[in-house]
Design a binder for this molecule. Structure first.
Ligand SMILES: Nc1ncnc2c1ncn2[C@@H]1O[C@H](COP(=O)(O)OP(=O)(O)OP(=O)(O)O)[C@@H](O)[C@H]1O
Length: 230
């Protein structure tokens, strides 16, 4: 019989990328044998200089682009959050927009309503269910986009600089609430950012340079590495 000390917790991987290569038709290489993995239930960040391939990697993971070689493993229940929420919110009110994401799921009116309400509750926007999208702040719009993913029962959230257009206070609120959601709902999230203070909320981080992960692990250590680089 194994002793208690010999029993290791089973850590499942929610996002696995192995030797992924991607180049544009022009021949410009963006990802060059990129390898990383994110444990299930964790909130990881992806950092790197402009043009290092962060957005491209997220688009490959979401199936929006096809790699030339390498392997990826990820849930097919993905929620994608773009930098600019105006590029993904399509209907005039909060509730209608979240419900729109459910049209392909063949739910009854009641089931749809329940999913919309639950997901808006999860992002603290239930009181705004009837509010027009134009009357929301940038941070509230991002929450609507996240509610859309929650309503579709996304297991993995891919967020591409979701705070880039937000001021400091809204930025902190959003990153804290995504961290809480990940933990409460046992989701997995990969969050692209240039803002080092957001690392305070992460379980781990990757540093991408010229399409390769050159460092990864403890977010506070990586923050220090990047601060020292200037
Ligand atoms: N549609 C496209 N066609 C051709 N090249 C592209 C296209 N989109 C991006 N690129 C190029 O691919 C490279 C990687 O871009 P990507 O957007 O992945 O970088 P990033 O790390 O997300 O940068 P940033 O931090 O500035 O958002 C860049 O050189 C960029 O110019």
């Amino acid at each position: 019989m194994p002793t208690d000390q010999s029993i290791q917790p089973i850590i499942k991987t929610a996002i696995a990328v192995s030797d992924l290569c991607f180049a544009w038709d022009s021949g410009a290489t963006v990802l060059d044998r990129c390898t990383l993995s994110v444990p299930q239930g964790e909130f990881w960040m992806l950092l790197g200089t402009n043009g290092s391939g962060k957005s491209t990697l997220l688009r490959l993971l979401a199936g929006l682009l096809k790699p030339q070689s390498g392997a990826m493993q990820i849930s097919d229940r993905i929620g994608f959050v773009f930098q600019n929420p105006d590029h993904q919110l399509v209907l005039p009110t909060v509730g209608a927009d979240v419900a729109f994401g459910l049209v392909s799921e063949n739910l009854s009116y009641r089931q749809t309503q329940q999913r919309v309400e639950e997901s808006l509750q999860a992002v603290n926007l239930i009181q705004m269910i009837r509010r027009p999208i134009y009357a929301l702040s940038g941070g509230q719009k991002q929450r609507v986009a996240i509610a859309g993913a929650i309503a579709r029962h996304a297991e993995v959230l891919l967020l591409d600089e979701p705070t880039a257009l937000l001021d400091g206070e809204n930025q902190n609120d959003l990153v804290a609430s995504v961290r809480d959601l990940v933990k409460q709902k046992n989701l997995t999230a990969l969050w692209v950012t240039h803002r080092l203070n957001e690392l305070n909320y992460a379980d781990g981080a990757f540093l991408l340079e010229q399409g390769k992960v050159i460092d990864h692990g403890d977010p506070m250590r990586l923050k220090q590495v990047l601060l020292e680089r200037g």
